[in-house]
Design a protein around this ligand. Structure first.
Ligand code: SF4
Length: 363
């Protein structure tokens, strides 16, 4: 357990981020100030079960306790700066963080339920060519609290529309496995009985493919779903779309996925964005089917959301149909994800990149 000095000195104006400490650390601070240890659990429930970000809301605490908390802690809150709603109900929010950076989350309506797509980093290091976030560069990792709050905010927004938030996908800004510790802590809080108690099977983490992190996840016996953004089963094509493929080629990803499947007994998903004349030919489908023979896998084919000024185009219907038909002929499990929110800046990173007041991210 860390000492009290660490708790009170590390933070903003000598305050500590309360969503960055453990229950034990909170308990230590409270008892050092003459409070009963059980208060820590009450505060913990306010933060992680009810999603409170205001000590004054914590009505079962005394005024003195609330003052003590205000003296020593702050919340790493998100503030909405822009909301865009598409004709199909998809709602994208740009959030301002405490230090002024912006991130996005997207609330997507489905069949009597909502899915939220959350960000894990401000910007991204990986620079995928088809991705608006990739053009923004990397600023910093999100904290556990900043990831968690995107989910809380989505839950509240879903409730106001009378439908539950049932699924969480880590497919927003950033590479989640490069913010490994905060990602796992946030998922632990989202799924914990003394947190939001959501099913881990309703959570999908999508990675560009970081083999050592995929192995690490397998060793942790994760229970959430793993998706890998593949986008091509040809090395040269994938490298041209995703520069990270030069460091972690398809062969390395395949080895880590074999390990993952063996250790967890789960079937990951490949995300495959269909791009006209880049990766949507019959040859590409054959390469994909061959690559997928190595392990049990599902395939999500994604329609490209046309981005203004982009070098990429939406794959024509006929091309898509042939691609799907070939894969199904190989007895593969294929789902097609139609683009949502086509009339807003729904592609990852577009809205945050447009917000001109962002101190770190340029257009
Ligand atoms: Fe980063 Fe994902 Fe965009 Fe690639 S697609 S640049 S990994 S945010």
């Amino acid at each position: 357990m860390k000492g009290l000095d660490f708790i009170i000195m590390d933070g903003v104006n000598n305050k500590k981020n309360i969503r960055g400490i453990s229950l034990e650390e909170l308990s230590l601070l409270l008892t050092a100030h003459g409070e009963k240890a059980f208060r820590a659990k009450q505060i913990w429930q306010w933060i992680w079960q009810r999603g409170s970000t205001d000590f004054e809301q914590m009505s079962n605490l005394s005024k003195n306790t609330r003052e003590l908390l205000n003296q020593h802690f702050y919340f790493d809150c998100l503030w909405p700066v822009q909301v865009q709603t598409a004709a199909d109900g998809t709602r994208k929010t740009a959030w301002r963080l405490r230090d002024g950076f912006l991130v996005e989350s997207v609330l997507i309506p489905g069949n009597q339920r909502f899915t939220v797509c959350v960000s894990s980093q401000v910007g991204c290091k990986l620079g995928c060519k088809f991705c608006a976030t990739g053009h923004l560069g990397f600023k910093r990792d999100l904290t556990t609290g900043e990831i968690f709050e995107q989910v809380i905010q989505a839950q509240k927004a879903a409730e106001t529309q009378g439908m539950p938030l049932s699924n969480i996908v880590f497919m927003g800004m950033g590479e989640p496995l490069l913010n490994y510790e905060h990602l796992l802590q946030a998922i632990e809080r989202i799924t914990a009985e003394d947190g939001l108690a959501m099913s881990p099977y309703r959570i999908t983490v999508s990675t560009a493919g970081i083999p050592d992190k995929i192995r690490q996840l397998a060793d942790e016996k994760v229970r959430f779903n793993l998706a890998v953004s593949l986008h091509s089963a040809k090395e040269t094509v994938r490298s041209s779309l995703m520069p990270i493929n030069k460091a972690y080629p398809l062969s390395a990803i395949a080895e880590s996925l074999k390990y993952f499947v063996e250790k967890t007994g789960t079937r990951p998903t490949f995300e495959y964005l269909l791009l006209k004349d880049i990766n949507d030919s019959l040859e590409d489908a054959k390469a994909l089917a061959l690559y997928c023979r190595q392990f049990p896998i599902k395939i999500n084919l994604i329609e490209y959301n046309q981005v203004e000024g982009s070098a990429f185009s939406h794959s024509p219907e006929k091309r898509q149909e042939e691609f799907i038909k070939y894969l199904e002929g190989c007895h593969m499990v294929v789902h097609v994800r139609r683009s949502k929110g086509q009339d807003i800046d729904a592609a990852c990173g577009q809205l945050a990149g447009k917000e001109t007041k962002n101190p770190g991210l340029s257009d």
